[in-house]
Design a protein around this ligand. Structure first.
Ligand code: TYM
Length: 330
Protein backbone atom coordinates (compact mmCIF):
# COMPACT_ATOMS: atom_id res chain seq x y z
CA UNK A 1 0.00 0.00 0.00
CA UNK A 2 1.21 3.50 -0.83
CA UNK A 3 2.16 5.57 2.22
CA UNK A 4 0.43 8.93 2.80
CA UNK A 5 2.37 11.87 1.40
CA UNK A 6 4.20 14.75 3.04
CA UNK A 7 5.53 17.86 1.34
CA UNK A 8 7.40 20.73 2.93
CA UNK A 9 10.04 23.30 2.10
CA UNK A 10 12.25 26.09 3.38
CA UNK A 11 13.27 29.31 1.64
CA UNK A 12 17.03 29.49 1.16
CA UNK A 13 17.02 33.23 1.74
CA UNK A 14 19.82 32.97 4.29
CA UNK A 15 21.40 30.25 6.36
CA UNK A 16 18.70 28.33 8.23
CA UNK A 17 17.77 29.16 11.81
CA UNK A 18 16.97 27.26 14.99
CA UNK A 19 13.31 28.17 14.25
CA UNK A 20 13.45 26.41 10.87
CA UNK A 21 15.06 23.40 12.50
CA UNK A 22 12.69 23.03 15.47
CA UNK A 23 9.55 24.15 13.63
CA UNK A 24 10.12 22.10 10.48
CA UNK A 25 13.18 19.92 9.87
CA UNK A 26 13.12 18.05 13.19
CA UNK A 27 9.53 17.00 12.46
CA UNK A 28 10.42 16.05 8.90
CA UNK A 29 12.93 13.56 10.26
CA UNK A 30 10.46 12.25 12.84
CA UNK A 31 7.73 11.63 10.26
CA UNK A 32 9.82 10.28 7.39
CA UNK A 33 9.29 6.58 8.01
CA UNK A 34 5.51 6.71 8.15
CA UNK A 35 5.13 8.93 5.06
CA UNK A 36 6.43 9.25 1.54
CA UNK A 37 8.19 12.60 1.84
CA UNK A 38 9.06 15.39 -0.58
CA UNK A 39 11.35 17.97 1.00
CA UNK A 40 12.56 20.90 -1.04
CA UNK A 41 14.56 24.11 -1.01
CA UNK A 42 12.12 26.71 -2.37
CA UNK A 43 14.42 28.97 -4.36
CA UNK A 44 11.53 30.35 -6.43
CA UNK A 45 9.88 31.64 -3.27
CA UNK A 46 13.16 33.23 -2.23
CA UNK A 47 13.22 35.71 -5.13
CA UNK A 48 9.98 37.36 -3.96
CA UNK A 49 12.40 39.58 -2.06
CA UNK A 50 15.83 40.87 -3.13
CA UNK A 51 18.51 38.16 -3.37
CA UNK A 52 22.16 38.05 -4.29
CA UNK A 53 22.33 35.32 -7.00
CA UNK A 54 25.63 33.86 -5.76
CA UNK A 55 24.38 33.75 -2.17
CA UNK A 56 21.05 32.25 -3.22
CA UNK A 57 22.80 29.38 -4.98
CA UNK A 58 25.05 28.78 -1.94
CA UNK A 59 22.16 28.99 0.50
CA UNK A 60 20.17 26.50 -1.57
CA UNK A 61 22.93 23.93 -1.20
CA UNK A 62 23.33 24.82 2.46
CA UNK A 63 19.62 24.15 3.04
CA UNK A 64 19.78 20.79 1.31
CA UNK A 65 22.97 19.81 3.17
CA UNK A 66 21.22 20.73 6.43
CA UNK A 67 18.24 18.49 5.67
CA UNK A 68 20.62 15.59 5.10
CA UNK A 69 22.79 16.40 8.10
CA UNK A 70 19.70 16.56 10.33
CA UNK A 71 18.79 13.01 9.35
CA UNK A 72 16.50 13.21 6.31
CA UNK A 73 17.25 9.97 4.48
CA UNK A 74 17.63 10.48 0.71
CA UNK A 75 17.04 6.77 0.12
CA UNK A 76 13.43 7.07 1.23
CA UNK A 77 12.64 10.81 1.09
CA UNK A 78 12.84 12.86 -2.09
CA UNK A 79 15.01 15.93 -1.59
CA UNK A 80 15.00 18.51 -4.38
CA UNK A 81 15.20 22.13 -5.46
CA UNK A 82 11.90 23.76 -6.43
CA UNK A 83 13.22 25.35 -9.65
CA UNK A 84 14.30 21.90 -10.91
CA UNK A 85 10.64 20.91 -11.21
CA UNK A 86 8.90 23.21 -13.73
CA UNK A 87 5.43 21.95 -12.79
CA UNK A 88 5.47 24.20 -9.68
CA UNK A 89 5.24 27.36 -11.76
CA UNK A 90 2.89 25.72 -14.26
CA UNK A 91 0.38 25.01 -11.52
CA UNK A 92 1.05 28.34 -9.82
CA UNK A 93 -0.24 30.17 -12.91
CA UNK A 94 -3.46 28.17 -12.87
CA UNK A 95 -3.90 28.91 -9.17
CA UNK A 96 -3.31 32.60 -9.90
CA UNK A 97 -6.47 32.34 -11.96
CA UNK A 98 -8.49 30.72 -9.18
CA UNK A 99 -7.20 32.56 -6.11
CA UNK A 100 -8.85 35.82 -5.06
CA UNK A 101 -7.24 39.19 -4.32
CA UNK A 102 -9.30 39.41 -1.12
CA UNK A 103 -7.93 36.20 0.34
CA UNK A 104 -4.33 37.10 -0.54
CA UNK A 105 -4.82 40.52 1.02
CA UNK A 106 -5.56 38.84 4.33
CA UNK A 107 -2.22 37.01 4.49
CA UNK A 108 -0.38 38.38 7.53
CA UNK A 109 3.02 37.43 6.13
CA UNK A 110 2.40 39.57 3.06
CA UNK A 111 1.41 42.49 5.29
CA UNK A 112 4.60 42.09 7.37
CA UNK A 113 7.01 41.54 4.50
CA UNK A 114 5.57 44.21 2.22
CA UNK A 115 6.08 46.79 4.96
CA UNK A 116 9.82 46.26 4.79
CA UNK A 117 9.86 46.21 0.96
CA UNK A 118 9.65 49.98 0.49
CA UNK A 119 7.66 51.43 -2.41
CA UNK A 120 8.23 48.72 -4.98
CA UNK A 121 6.53 45.63 -3.64
CA UNK A 122 7.06 42.68 -5.95
CA UNK A 123 3.91 41.09 -7.36
CA UNK A 124 5.40 37.69 -6.52
CA UNK A 125 5.39 38.58 -2.83
CA UNK A 126 1.62 39.06 -3.06
CA UNK A 127 0.87 35.90 -5.06
CA UNK A 128 3.47 33.76 -3.24
CA UNK A 129 0.86 31.80 -1.21
CA UNK A 130 -0.49 30.48 -4.51
CA UNK A 131 2.95 29.16 -5.47
CA UNK A 132 3.03 27.50 -2.06
CA UNK A 133 -0.42 26.03 -2.70
CA UNK A 134 0.87 24.72 -6.04
CA UNK A 135 3.86 23.13 -4.25
CA UNK A 136 1.51 21.28 -1.96
CA UNK A 137 -1.24 20.28 -4.38
CA UNK A 138 1.18 18.95 -7.01
CA UNK A 139 2.09 15.94 -4.87
CA UNK A 140 -1.42 14.95 -3.66
CA UNK A 141 -0.07 15.85 -0.25
CA UNK A 142 -1.79 14.57 2.90
CA UNK A 143 0.26 16.40 5.52
CA UNK A 144 2.32 19.62 5.56
CA UNK A 145 4.70 19.86 8.55
CA UNK A 146 5.46 23.54 9.14
CA UNK A 147 5.90 26.07 11.93
CA UNK A 148 2.98 28.08 13.24
CA UNK A 149 3.66 31.07 10.96
CA UNK A 150 2.75 29.03 7.86
CA UNK A 151 -0.65 27.94 9.15
CA UNK A 152 -2.53 30.63 7.25
CA UNK A 153 -0.89 29.61 3.96
CA UNK A 154 -1.83 25.95 4.46
CA UNK A 155 -5.40 27.00 5.29
CA UNK A 156 -5.50 29.00 2.06
CA UNK A 157 -4.28 25.91 0.19
CA UNK A 158 -7.17 23.95 1.68
CA UNK A 159 -9.65 26.63 0.54
CA UNK A 160 -8.23 26.58 -2.99
CA UNK A 161 -8.34 22.75 -3.05
CA UNK A 162 -12.01 22.81 -2.07
CA UNK A 163 -12.73 25.44 -4.72
CA UNK A 164 -11.07 23.42 -7.49
CA UNK A 165 -12.84 20.22 -6.42
CA UNK A 166 -16.15 22.09 -6.32
CA UNK A 167 -15.62 23.33 -9.88
CA UNK A 168 -14.02 20.30 -11.51
CA UNK A 169 -14.80 17.26 -9.36
CA UNK A 170 -13.49 15.68 -6.16
CA UNK A 171 -10.62 13.91 -7.91
CA UNK A 172 -9.05 17.21 -9.09
CA UNK A 173 -6.72 17.79 -6.12
CA UNK A 174 -6.28 16.46 -2.61
CA UNK A 175 -7.03 18.63 0.42
CA UNK A 176 -3.95 18.67 2.69
CA UNK A 177 -3.76 19.07 6.47
CA UNK A 178 -1.18 21.13 8.36
CA UNK A 179 1.06 19.44 10.93
CA UNK A 180 1.99 22.13 13.44
CA UNK A 181 2.83 20.81 16.83
CA UNK A 182 4.83 21.08 19.99
CA UNK A 183 6.93 23.73 21.69
CA UNK A 184 9.13 24.18 18.60
CA UNK A 185 6.25 25.42 16.42
CA UNK A 186 7.01 29.05 17.27
CA UNK A 187 10.57 29.81 18.34
CA UNK A 188 10.86 33.47 19.31
CA UNK A 189 13.63 36.00 18.72
CA UNK A 190 16.10 36.00 21.65
CA UNK A 191 16.22 39.80 21.85
CA UNK A 192 12.55 40.55 21.02
CA UNK A 193 10.69 37.51 22.35
CA UNK A 194 7.37 38.92 21.15
CA UNK A 195 8.52 38.32 17.54
CA UNK A 196 9.28 34.99 15.89
CA UNK A 197 12.92 34.10 15.26
CA UNK A 198 13.58 34.92 11.63
CA UNK A 199 16.34 34.61 9.04
CA UNK A 200 15.88 38.26 8.15
CA UNK A 201 15.69 39.88 11.61
CA UNK A 202 17.20 43.36 11.80
CA UNK A 203 19.49 42.31 14.62
CA UNK A 204 21.14 38.94 14.02
CA UNK A 205 21.99 38.63 17.71
CA UNK A 206 18.41 37.51 18.36
CA UNK A 207 18.62 34.67 15.83
CA UNK A 208 20.46 31.38 16.22
CA UNK A 209 21.72 30.33 12.80
CA UNK A 210 22.55 26.66 12.29
CA UNK A 211 25.93 27.77 10.98
CA UNK A 212 26.78 29.69 14.18
CA UNK A 213 29.75 28.38 16.14
CA UNK A 214 29.22 27.01 19.66
CA UNK A 215 30.77 30.21 21.03
CA UNK A 216 28.35 32.39 19.07
CA UNK A 217 25.42 30.31 20.31
CA UNK A 218 26.59 30.66 23.93
CA UNK A 219 26.98 34.40 23.53
CA UNK A 220 23.56 34.90 21.95
CA UNK A 221 21.83 32.94 24.72
CA UNK A 222 23.75 34.86 27.39
CA UNK A 223 22.42 38.10 25.89
CA UNK A 224 18.87 36.75 25.54
CA UNK A 225 16.24 39.13 26.90
CA UNK A 226 14.38 37.76 29.90
CA UNK A 227 12.77 40.21 32.35
CA UNK A 228 13.55 41.94 35.63
CA UNK A 229 12.47 39.00 37.81
CA UNK A 230 14.63 36.05 38.79
CA UNK A 231 12.38 33.04 39.30
CA UNK A 232 12.15 30.64 36.36
CA UNK A 233 8.47 30.11 35.49
CA UNK A 234 6.45 29.34 32.37
CA UNK A 235 3.91 32.09 31.78
CA UNK A 236 2.49 34.43 29.15
CA UNK A 237 4.00 37.50 30.78
CA UNK A 238 7.54 36.09 30.71
CA UNK A 239 7.95 35.62 26.98
CA UNK A 240 11.76 35.48 26.99
CA UNK A 241 11.98 32.87 29.75
CA UNK A 242 9.14 30.91 28.21
CA UNK A 243 10.96 30.85 24.87
CA UNK A 244 14.10 29.36 26.43
CA UNK A 245 12.00 26.70 28.15
CA UNK A 246 10.20 25.93 24.87
CA UNK A 247 13.53 25.56 23.06
CA UNK A 248 14.77 23.13 25.71
CA UNK A 249 11.48 21.25 25.61
CA UNK A 250 11.49 20.95 21.79
CA UNK A 251 14.98 19.45 21.87
CA UNK A 252 14.85 17.21 24.93
CA UNK A 253 11.18 16.18 24.84
CA UNK A 254 10.82 17.14 28.53
CA UNK A 255 7.63 19.04 29.43
CA UNK A 256 7.84 22.74 30.38
CA UNK A 257 6.69 21.84 33.94
CA UNK A 258 9.53 19.36 34.35
CA UNK A 259 12.02 21.91 33.08
CA UNK A 260 10.69 24.63 35.40
CA UNK A 261 10.93 22.38 38.46
CA UNK A 262 14.56 21.56 37.65
CA UNK A 263 15.32 25.30 38.08
CA UNK A 264 13.92 25.68 41.58
CA UNK A 265 16.21 27.95 43.54
CA UNK A 266 18.28 28.74 40.43
CA UNK A 267 18.55 31.99 38.46
CA UNK A 268 17.92 33.03 34.86
CA UNK A 269 21.65 32.80 34.24
CA UNK A 270 21.53 29.01 34.76
CA UNK A 271 18.63 28.69 32.35
CA UNK A 272 20.49 30.65 29.67
CA UNK A 273 23.76 28.72 30.02
CA UNK A 274 22.02 25.35 30.05
CA UNK A 275 19.75 26.18 27.10
CA UNK A 276 22.85 27.14 25.09
CA UNK A 277 24.50 23.84 26.05
CA UNK A 278 21.43 21.81 25.01
CA UNK A 279 21.21 23.67 21.70
CA UNK A 280 24.92 23.18 21.04
CA UNK A 281 24.74 19.49 21.82
CA UNK A 282 21.93 19.15 19.26
CA UNK A 283 23.46 21.37 16.59
CA UNK A 284 27.18 20.50 16.77
CA UNK A 285 26.89 17.14 14.94
CA UNK A 286 24.49 18.68 12.39
CA UNK A 287 26.96 21.51 11.76
CA UNK A 288 29.78 19.03 11.17
CA UNK A 289 27.68 16.83 8.88
CA UNK A 290 26.46 19.87 6.91
CA UNK A 291 30.10 20.85 6.30
CA UNK A 292 30.89 17.32 5.17
CA UNK A 293 28.06 17.38 2.61
CA UNK A 294 29.06 20.83 1.38
CA UNK A 295 32.59 19.58 0.83
CA UNK A 296 31.27 16.79 -1.36
CA UNK A 297 29.20 18.61 -3.99
CA UNK A 298 29.17 15.52 -6.22
CA UNK A 299 27.12 13.59 -3.67
CA UNK A 300 24.75 16.54 -3.13
CA UNK A 301 24.20 17.00 -6.87
CA UNK A 302 23.43 13.30 -7.22
CA UNK A 303 20.86 13.38 -4.45
CA UNK A 304 19.24 16.48 -5.97
CA UNK A 305 19.15 14.95 -9.44
CA UNK A 306 17.40 11.83 -8.18
CA UNK A 307 15.07 13.85 -5.96
CA UNK A 308 14.03 16.10 -8.86
CA UNK A 309 13.39 13.10 -11.11
CA UNK A 310 11.08 11.54 -8.53
CA UNK A 311 9.37 14.87 -7.92
CA UNK A 312 8.83 15.47 -11.66
CA UNK A 313 7.42 11.98 -12.02
CA UNK A 314 4.63 12.73 -9.55
CA UNK A 315 4.17 16.40 -10.45
CA UNK A 316 3.83 15.77 -14.19
CA UNK A 317 0.91 13.38 -13.61
CA UNK A 318 -0.87 15.92 -11.43
CA UNK A 319 -0.35 18.76 -13.89
CA UNK A 320 -1.69 16.64 -16.75
CA UNK A 321 -4.78 15.81 -14.71
CA UNK A 322 -5.37 19.45 -13.80
CA UNK A 323 -4.73 20.66 -17.38
CA UNK A 324 -7.49 18.32 -18.56
CA UNK A 325 -9.83 19.46 -15.81
CA UNK A 326 -9.46 23.18 -16.59
CA UNK A 327 -9.89 22.58 -20.31
CA UNK A 328 -6.39 22.89 -21.75
CA UNK A 329 -5.78 20.98 -24.99
CA UNK A 330 -3.19 18.25 -24.32
P1 TYM B 1 10.23 29.67 5.73
O1 TYM B 1 11.38 29.50 4.82
O2 TYM B 1 9.93 31.03 6.25
O3 TYM B 1 10.39 28.71 6.98
C1 TYM B 1 10.65 27.34 6.79
C2 TYM B 1 9.97 26.52 7.86
O4 TYM B 1 10.44 26.91 9.15
C3 TYM B 1 9.34 27.29 9.96
N1 TYM B 1 9.76 28.40 10.82
C4 TYM B 1 9.63 28.40 12.14
N2 TYM B 1 9.16 27.48 12.99
C5 TYM B 1 9.19 27.78 14.32
N3 TYM B 1 9.68 28.95 14.81
C6 TYM B 1 10.16 29.90 13.98
N4 TYM B 1 10.66 31.03 14.48
C7 TYM B 1 10.17 29.64 12.59
N5 TYM B 1 10.58 30.35 11.50
C8 TYM B 1 10.31 29.57 10.44
C9 TYM B 1 8.26 27.72 8.99
O5 TYM B 1 6.98 27.67 9.57
C10 TYM B 1 8.45 26.71 7.88
O6 TYM B 1 7.83 25.49 8.21
N6 TYM B 1 6.43 29.54 2.51
C11 TYM B 1 7.30 28.73 3.32
C12 TYM B 1 8.09 27.71 2.55
C13 TYM B 1 7.27 26.86 1.65
C14 TYM B 1 6.53 25.73 2.02
C15 TYM B 1 5.94 25.25 0.81
C16 TYM B 1 6.31 25.06 3.22
C17 TYM B 1 7.12 27.03 0.31
N7 TYM B 1 6.33 26.06 -0.21
C18 TYM B 1 5.12 24.13 0.82
C19 TYM B 1 5.48 23.96 3.22
C20 TYM B 1 4.89 23.49 2.02
C21 TYM B 1 8.26 29.64 4.06
O7 TYM B 1 8.46 30.75 3.68
O8 TYM B 1 8.92 29.04 5.08
Amino acid sequence: MQKPIILSGIQPTAKLTLGNYLGAVKNWVKLQNEYLCYYMAVDQHAITVKQDPVQLRQNTLFAVATYLASGVDPKTSHIFVQSHVPQHTQLAWILNCFGYMGELNRMTQFKDKSQSSGKNIRVGLFTYPLLMAADILLYDTDLVPVGDDQKQHVELTRDIAQRLCGLFGDDTVKEPKPYITGPGARVMDLLSPDRKMSKSAENEKGTIFLADTSKQVEKKFKQAVTDSGTEVSYSEDKLGVRNLIDIQSAITGRSPDEIVSSYEGKMYGHLKVETAAIVNEELAPIRAETERYLNDPGELENILKQGAEKAREHASKTIERIYRKVGFHI
